[in-house]
Design a protein around this ligand. Structure first.
Ligand SMILES: Cc1cc2nc3c(=O)[nH]c(=O)nc-3n(C[C@H](O)[C@H](O)[C@H](O)COP(=O)(O)O)c2cc1C
Length: 429
């Protein structure tokens, strides 16, 4: 069977490295909203030679104009590598890493925290409800030079918000979140942020959301909030239903923009196209985070981020070239942490949506399923399956995409919540 990848050498060899050079002080006394604030320059050291060396990357895009949401089991190193090949500027969030995992796996940290330098800008999301462990985990993560540390206050799963008493359950105790964020910030070299819902159970009014934001922002150094614009229900809904059933209330997000002009807010939830991202930004959103759509249609969504959101040239790689680079990286990782860790199946998982809605996709997926049973490397996996995809798809540049519903953010005036009264601050100060 003919090999579908070209015989050109890979464009770059990616070796995951850890930044051992301490970057402390770079971000101290900085806040979001300053347009020329430096980023983690430590990562432009010799150890990290390829990271975001154009001035645009260092000067703009704060808070992240576009980011890919943290998603457990989805936004792993392999997916993020693919995402970075598609967009140089999108901010990438890790899956949530529980603080206890970091603290108890001190000898094994690379497995949970290491990433290739190309993945900057990258945010580590941590989860937990033990302040001392959150602080220790943050301190241990410093060596890896993430660009921001984010606390998960939005996960409703039973394990996390039920048994674990963290995730979205933390929204019920804003003062605790403020203390946790203070501890995280004190142990971090970089800015900190919170990702939350707009409410939990019947604590779901706009005023209660404002109280949460107000308390956390005024009692901790947190200046950036990512708002998943639907509430979570702690019982009765699965995590997947909790991302679908409670209605989206974008007006709460835009209310926060109006009522907390000193803070930075990223909008998340239900956004499925670049046109919607741009419509939200046109409406004033500081940044937009996309989750499922970026995973399910990586090519059509992420491939347009650099040119259409950041207004800079994309990398212009074809799918074939992206696969070549991905293959070199992924094959270098298979078995790195022991037999089958990671496995071929794990590293190629993000590729399974790469040809979403393209000719040949169905056949390719069937071949992929078969090839995964016996192939040992990504190279052989691709050689065996790519015959199913027409050359025109492999070599094409971006085509015109479904614009999505750009009206989503244009009729919010009638829905906006009443102004939040700042007098209530006194209760918490
Ligand atoms: C498979 C999956 C795993 C997720 N894991 C996390 C997580 O670890 N941390 C988190 O804050 N949110 C998590 N989320 C929620 C997403 O970050 C995002 O808030 C949600 O999917 C809504 O955005 P979307 O409509 O663009 O997908 C997860 C979502 C999915 C689909």
């Amino acid at each position: 069977m003919a090999m579908k990848l070209s015989v050109n050498p890979p464009i770059s060899l990616w070796a995951p490295v850890r930044c051992f050079k301490k970057c402390r002080t770079r971000f101290l006394n900085t806040s979001y909203g300053q347009s020329n604030r430096p980023r983690s320059f430590c990562c432009q050291s010799q150890m990290h030679p390829v990271v975001l060396n154009d001035s645009l990357s260092q000067q703009n895009f704060f808070p992240p104009w576009f980011s890919v949401a943290p998603m457990m089991d989805w936004t792993d190193n392999y997916y993020r590598t693919l995402a970075r090949l598609l967009s140089k500027h999108a901010w990438l969030y890790t899956e949530m890493v529980v603080s206890e995992t970091i603290v108890h796996q001190k000898e094994n940290l690379d497995r949970f925290l290491e990433f290739p330098p190309e993945q900057h800008p990258i945010v580590l999301q941590i989860g937990g409800s033990n302040i001392s462990n959150l602080a220790k985990a943050t301190e241990l993560a410093n060596a890896y030079c993430y660009d921001e540390i984010n606390l998960n206050c939005g996960c409703p799963s039973g394990k996390v918000a039920g048994h674990g008493c963290f995730g979205v359950r933390l929204m019920l105790n804003p003062m605790f979140v403020a203390e946790a964020m203070t501890a995280i910030a004190a142990n971090s070299n970089v800015p900190v942020s919170v990702k939350c819902r707009i409410g939990v159970d019947d604590q779901d009014s706009y005023d209660e959301l404002c109280t949460f934001i107000d308390t956390v922002a005024s009692h901790s150094p947190t200046k950036h909030f990512i708002i998943h614009a639907r509430k979570a229900l702690l019982s009765g809904l699965s995590p997947a239903e909790n991302r679908k059933v409670p209605p989206l209330k974008y007006e709460f997000y835009f209310g926060l923009l109006r009522d907390f002009p000193e803070l930075q807010f990223t909008l998340n939830g239900g956004i499925t196209s670049i046109d919607e991202v741009n419509a939200a930004r046109k409406q004033g959103a500081h940044g937009v985070m996309v989750g499922r759509a970026a995973y399910n249609s990586p090519w059509s969504l992420l491939g347009e981020v650099d040119s259409k959101v950041f207004g800079v040239a994309g990398n212009g790689l074809s799918r074939r070239q992206i696969l070549e680079q991905f293959q070199v990286y992924a094959d270098s990782l298979i078995g790195k942490y022991g037999p089958g860790k990671p496995s071929l199946r794990q590293v190629v998982k993000p590729l399974l949506n790469f040809f979403h809605s393209e000719p040949g996709n169905g056949l390719w997926k069937r071949r992929a399923d078969f090839a995964l049973r016996h192939c040992k490397t990504v190279k052989s996996f691709l050689e065996e399956t790519l015959e199913a995809i027409p050359d025109a798809v492999l070599d094409s540049s971006m085509s015109v995409r479904d614009p999505g519903s750009v009206e989503t953010f244009s009729n919010l005036d009638d829905l906006m919540p009443p102004y939040y009264s700042r007098e209530e601050e006194l209760v918490y100060s």
